[in-house]
Design a protein around this ligand. Sequence first.
Ligand SMILES: CC(C)(COP(=O)(O)OP(=O)(O)OC[C@H]1O[C@@H](n2cnc3c(N)ncnc32)[C@H](O)[C@@H]1OP(=O)(O)O)[C@@H](O)C(=O)NCCC(=O)NCCS
Length: 453
Amino acid sequence: MDMLSFTDQVDTIRTAFSYINRFKGHTFVIKIVSSLFSHPLFPLLIKDIVLLHKMGIRIVLIPGARERINEILKTYNIKCRTVDNIRITPAEAMPFIKMAGFDVSNKLMTFLAENNTSAIIGNWVKARSIGVVKGIDFQSSGTVEKLKVEIVEKMLDEGLIPIFPNIGWSTTGKPYNISSNELAFTVSRDLHASKLFFITNFDGVTARDLKIPEGVYINNDNHITQLTAPQARNLLDLNKKKEKSKEYELINVAFNACINGVDRVHIINGSIEGMLIKEIFSNRGLGTMIYNDPHENIRSASFADISDIIRIMRPAIADGILVPRTSEDVAEKIDDYVIYEVDGTPHACGALHIYNDEQAEIAGIAVDNTYSSLGIGKKIINFLLDKAIKHKLKQIFVLTTQTSDWFVGLGFKRDEVSVLPQEKQKQYNKDRNSLIFTYTIDSVRKKRHYSVE
Ligand SMILES: CC(C)(COP(=O)(O)OP(=O)(O)OC[C@H]1O[C@@H](n2cnc3c(N)ncnc32)[C@H](O)[C@@H]1OP(=O)(O)O)[C@@H](O)C(=O)NCCC(=O)NCCS
């Protein structure tokens, strides 16, 4: 072997080791389209999944069932209409759809058994009927209501691979045909997965028929290699006319997964050997990746940002949600402030005021109205909590009048004025009567970097 290829190999091994360390204990949710099951390279894909599992990655599998359902319904000559990409499922089709859903799940289980890996198929999805929408009765087509997260977590702790068929059950035990894409979204969100894979039979999202937002990179094959969550949102907005295409649906699911805490969503072609492994263990994405860089677009503020900070806070100050601040107030503590910006324009801000070796206050959180509900507020809180971790602080507090539920959703707990630093207690405005919430930085958060529980 010449020296160059030897060095290449060593580099590859080093990169692989660093990724193994990074993903050990993380959850990957993998949805695989059923048409791949008969592909000659499918057993190799399963071997790669087993390898990831052996490395300590928690794997959850969701077999797509669409093609298998089509086959079975055709065999038994049952016709189903599709509206808005959803199959209307008559009651008489349901036994066949269950048959198809469990058939593809069993196939996956068999492939895993051949690789000496234990898997389990279960009824962990509570579903409800889609019902009648715009006059159309979707009959036994359902939507995911809830996942039995604790049971699934236990199985993952035991080292099993849970397999989710595309069936959900109502509280009375009625089965519903549910979308495996929706299932993949819910499972990845509720299990706090760091990655969600859509293993398909095409090479990611092609740019050919889409309007592409500025700044999105297209490769030589005319494919979109990566999209940040805000870029994905822009792409969806620009291409509403394409909303029935499978690519649009996947970007939509991926975008929603990202803003709900999944770090990365990968759309890759499973009929190419080693695609899954290459996608994970190299810096170069090979399909389309939609990602959520938790600290993307967030930076420390400077004096030049003061007018923007005041502008962003103004509506919340006018509504009495934030305490009024002057430019001088902000300038005095400018090093505490951070900014979220898009294309050079600040759209959100927040601050971490450190009081002593253990305590700091999160304050001045505000998001531009036009950018609300995109997870930006949560990102700023995460950024500030990470900053607090770097300063080895133990307790973060906020004073709030109208935003308590939002902070509770991010893991803050109601507390007493007496827990505040003495200096803050003296400044406490009894007339304003703010509620106190605290966030304790524990060992779990130190380990799990970005997820606010
Ligand atoms: C609160 C705030 C920072 C959230 O920012 P954001 O980027 O929109 O937040 P996220 O995207 O992370 O979360 C959005 C969710 O929070 C919810 N939310 C927003 N304000 C809320 C409030 N006051 N109470 C409870 N939930 C709230 C939204 O309805 C949305 O819910 P959904 O995901 O179910 O649609 C923003 O609404 C804001 O600037 N509010 C005014 C200032 C403020 O309240 N600051 C905190 C003072 S202590």
